[in-house]
Design a protein around this ligand. Structure first.
Ligand SMILES: NC(=O)c1ccc[n+]([C@@H]2O[C@H](COP(=O)([O-])OP(=O)(O)OC[C@H]3O[C@@H](n4cnc5c(N)ncnc54)[C@H](O)[C@@H]3O)[C@@H](O)[C@H]2O)c1
Length: 271
């Protein structure tokens, strides 16, 4: 056990998929600042280990990296079991692992992003891959971690990372939009199912955020102009801004909120 301390997540155990990069990484750091012990779970072991080292340097919290592929039920089961073995329980989950397309590789020099993918010519295997990671991966993460919470009597919280693309149709990204709309509905259904266990399930639906996922778009002047045109605040969001939204949903300050996805997106849905 680390030293007991103050904070919105004091002495809670947080497990974050996608914790090696971008929004998941920012949440891992933010949660540790608020007193949580942190399990960083990701397929990227190198960057995951870096985040763990950052947390250990910046706080007195325990941090652990677990390699996981969220498109595999076995892998997620092993991840959750290892987290419980190591830290005793899981109090809060962030399901952030995701891909923008079947070819996307987070953090790679050639990240695989090739622009629009019209649905009429999208390969079924590509469609399936995006759904497997972004939707089924979140569903499996949620339910496997929820089983541990129920077994251990933990009235925990789950925060799913959807996207503003759950609500706006982006031509050329049907797989992504549909996967994220699915995550928003999953959040609603699971919230009702887990009420009796005192587990709250909420989500965040970011707009355009400064992470590797938007790097190619931000590097392209036309892409950046499109982001600004869609965003009343006229700028991309920061990963820390997303972490603050997720933190609210993860901690007791949101105790009367469940089944809700909030959209920190610079006013995109306002007009
Ligand atoms: N960046 C944005 O503008 C934006 C907007 C809305 C929603 N999102 C969502 O936020 C989440 C995080 O994205 P990000 O922007 O931080 O991108 P990112 O590429 O920086 O991070 C994604 C992380 O997920 C991990 N990951 C991918 N597939 C995985 C798998 N099968 N198993 C385990 N880990 C896997 C990657 O290794 C990476 O660490 C995603 O779900 C994304 O769809 C991002």
């Amino acid at each position: 056990m680390g030293t007991p301390q103050e904070g919105r997540l004091a002495d809670k155990v947080a497990l974050l998929t996608g914790g090696a990069s971008g929004i998941g990484r920012a949440c891992a750091l933010r949660y540790a600042e608020e007193g949580a012990d942190v399990v960083v779970a990701d397929r990227d072991a190198k960057r995951g280990a870096e985040v763990v080292a950052e947390i250990r340097n910046a706080s007195n919290r325990r941090a652990l990296f677990i390699e996981v592929d969220v498109s595999s039920e076995d892998s997620i089961e092993a991840m959750a079991a290892a987290a419980v073995t190591e830290f005793g329980r899981i109090d809060t989950v962030l399901a952030a692992a995701g891909i923008s397309s079947a070819q996307y590789v987070s953090g790679a020099a050639a990240d695989g992003q090739t622009g629009a993918r019209p649905l009429v010519t999208t390969k079924l295997s590509d469609w399936q891959r995006v759904l497997d990671v972004n939707l089924t991966g979140v569903m499996l993460t949620d339910r496997i971690c929820a089983r541990h919470m129920i077994e251990l009597g933990v009235a925990g919280t789950i925060v799913n990372v959807a996207s503003s693309a759950a609500k706006i149709a982006l031509p050329g990204a049907a797989d992504y939009c549909v996967s994220k709309a699915g995550v928003a509905m999953l959040t609603q259904v699971l919230a009702l199912e887990l009420l009796e266990h005192g587990i709250r399930v909420n989500g965040i639906g970011p707009g355009f955020i400064e992470t590797p996922m938007t790097q190619s778009m931000r590097d392209d002047p036309d892409g950046l102009a499109a982001i600004v045109a869609r965003t009343p605040m006229g700028r991309v969001g920061t990963p820390r801004e997303m972490a603050n939204a997720a933190l609210y949903l993860a901690c007791d300050e949101s105790s009367y909120t469940t089944g809700h996805t909030i959209y920190p997106n610079g006013g995109m849905f306002v007009g």
